[in-house]
Design a binder for this molecule. Structure first.
Ligand code: FES
Ligand code: MG
Length: 572
């Protein structure tokens, strides 16, 4: 066994180098720690500046116990952490950096496997991208959602209710004092956002992909059972090493198929599209944007969670969790997809039950049919754009309207509430310069707040079109991820205020009603192009030079694929 372990390439042998590697690591470890026991890193995204992940040190200590119990050696490895609420210009700018740093630290160190601890939006995607590229045995413990907070007797959903309450303040139906008062009620406990936002979505999809111990994702962060599961996951990590169960053997096309079915059935975040595409890109699984429409669009929505619905993650857990949802759509799942347990995902569904049919609907009574993400194409989005019909307004799914164009978020904020702005309820709000390159980092700004004067008239949704992303906790008829983005030469850069845009979600098209010849003769205005990011140095420079477009996951072009766990040359 010793010679088979990757870590033995550091710790085996009685020469000078073996001495150096072992001696500095002893510090109380038992003498047999360096002969045949798997060394398991705990890639830990705990950080006080990622409040959603701040509790992961406690989770890590349960993982440690499990690793010890199974005969492994646990090694805490703090990795880059990305907090959604604080990081500017957007946490997404560093998803690829976090993935790259984690991949490299796992490869460069004497570890045989890894337990991945994530929570807040970008952390699980970055960890899975890293694990896929280094291809060491890996298993995820999702940090879990917060408990439901209440304000004046009503539950508050993280994120979603911030958008809703702030629109009420702007619409004049809620005082600013009451708005601020709700702040401390919303964030009630440790954990990540408790709506079906990106963090909840990616925790659940990590399980649908097979990388989480089945039944664990969605366990609320303060729930004792999360620590029990963390302990069990630590033990499992040691088995994964002994059986060489690596991400590349688990994460196949079948796993992504199941993740896309799950994404639709839970009504998950649109951000999952770029994250799943990026993870697949690391594995060489030929997943495309169109697969989301092909596999997911006819899947029924079964989970009634905010932002599209009523309940919160705590309710989903109590109602039976992801496995109960997946059991309803078992016939749509690929039975070949394996999990970290070594058994197929579908094998884990037999005992799942729905305990609350309001929160998780039975297949016969879906919240809506055809719930998955729709992929749109047309002369405005030659490489695709997406829309989430479940979060959109039925009456806007087929719509024509005059474009009102904004060249940046700042331009938007400066003009949106101007009483003189030529906009009505039928207008299509267009925001550009918000793609991976243009901002940079593809921020969650696409769900533009509606003009104040229209809110006051009672307008609650409008068609919006943007090359950025939308928070998973947001809602509305928002066309996102337009590719290519304006800053990459996409036709979005050529739209002028007053042009007619036609959205046809059932027909899957997004069309700028301008003749081809006229469009070909247009060039983007200086006012537009001057707003694109042009960083001179550092990570941002590297990022804008190498980031791919949303339709391929917005990874860096040189990070797609895998290097595997190759051990580098000796350091001494
Ligand atoms: Fe961290 Fe929502 S801000 S999950
Ligand atoms: Mg977010």
């Amino acid at each position: 066994m010793t010679s088979e372990l990757r870590s033995a390439q550091w710790y085996g042998g009685d020469d000078r180098d073996g001495y150096i590697h072992r001696a500095w690591m002893r510090r109380g470890l038992p003498s047999d720690a360096f002969s045949g026991r798997p060394h398991i890193a705990i890639a830990n995204t705990a950080s006080d500046l990622t409040p959603c992940n701040a509790h992961l040190d406690e989770v890590a200590s349960s993982v440690r116990d499990g690793i010890h119990e199974a005969g492994g050696i646990p090694l805490n490895l703090p990795v880059v952490s990305l907090g959604e609420t604080l990081l500017r210009p957007t946490a997404m700018l560093w998803r690829n950096m976090a993935a790259m740093a984690t991949e490299e630290m796992l490869r460069g160190n004497p570890v045989d496997g890894v337990v991945l601890l994530g929570g807040c939006d970008k952390t699980i995607p970055s960890l899975l991208m890293a694990a896929a590229s280094v291809d060491l045995p890996a298993v995820v413990v999702p940090g879990g959602p917060m408990l439901t907070g209440t304000f004046r007797g009503k539950p508050l959903g993280c994120g979603t209710d911030v958008w809703r309450l702030s629109e009420e303040v702007r619409g004049g139906t809620l005082s600013r004092e009451d708005f601020i008062r709700s702040e401390s009620a919303m964030i009630r406990s440790r954990g990540h956002c408790n709506t079906m936002g990106t963090a909840s979505t990616m925790g659940l999809l990590a399980e649908a992909l097979g990388t989480v111990l089945p039944g664990v994702a969605g366990t609320p962060a303060p729930d004792s059972r999360l620590l029990e599961s963390a302990h069990a996951t630590g033990k499992l990590a040691v088995d994964l090493v002994r059986e060489s169960r690596t991400p590349s053997t688990l994460l196949t096309r079948a796993s992504f198929h199941n993740a896309i079915v799950a994404l639709a059935a839970i009504g998950g975040s649109t951000n999952a599209v770029v994250h799943l595409l990026a993870i697949a890109g690391r594995l060489g699984v030929g997943l495309t944007l169109d697969d989301f429409d092909r596999i997911g669009s006819r899947v029924p929505l079964l989970v009634d969670l905010q932002p599209a619905g009523r309940f919160l993650m705590d309710d989903l857990h109590r109602a039976g969790g992801l496995l109960a949802v997946l059991r309803e759509v078992r016939d749509l799942l690929d039975p070949a997809a394996l999990t970290v347990t070594g058994r197929p995902l579908v094998d884990h569904l037999d005992d799942a039950r729905i305990w609350d049919r309001e929160v998780i609907r039975a297949r016969e009574e879906p919240l809506r049919d055809d719930a998955g993400i729709a992929v749109l194409r047309g002369n405005l989005a030659p490489d695709g754009a997406i829309v989430k019909p479940a979060a959109a307004s039925e009456h806007l799914l087929r719509h024509r309207g005059r474009a009102v164009v904004f060249d940046s978020v700042e331009d938007f904020h400066a003009r949106v509430d101007d009483p003189g702005l030529d906009v009505d309820a039928d207008s299509v709000l267009v925001l550009r310069g918000c793609g991976p390159r243009g901002y940079p980092g593809m921020p969650e700004v696409s769900n533009m707040p509606l003009p104040k004067k229209l809110l006051e008239q009672g307008v609650r949704d409008m068609v919006r079109v943007c090359d950025g992303r939308m928070s998973g906790t947001a809602y509305g008829t928002v066309v996102l991820h337009v590719a290519p983005e304006a800053a990459a030469g996409g036709p979005l850069a050529l739209v002028r205020t007053g042009d007619v845009i036609a959205l046809d979600v059932p027909g899957r098209t997004l069309t700028l009603d301008v003749p081809d010849a006229e469009l070909a003769a247009r060039t983007p205005d200086r006012a537009t192009t001057d707003r694109y990011a042009a960083p001179a140095r550092g990570w941002e420079r590297l990022y804008v030079d190498h980031v791919t477009q949303a339709d391929t996951g917005a990874d860096l072009d040189f990070l797609t694929g895998a290097t595997g766990p190759a051990v580098g040359r000796e350091s001494h």
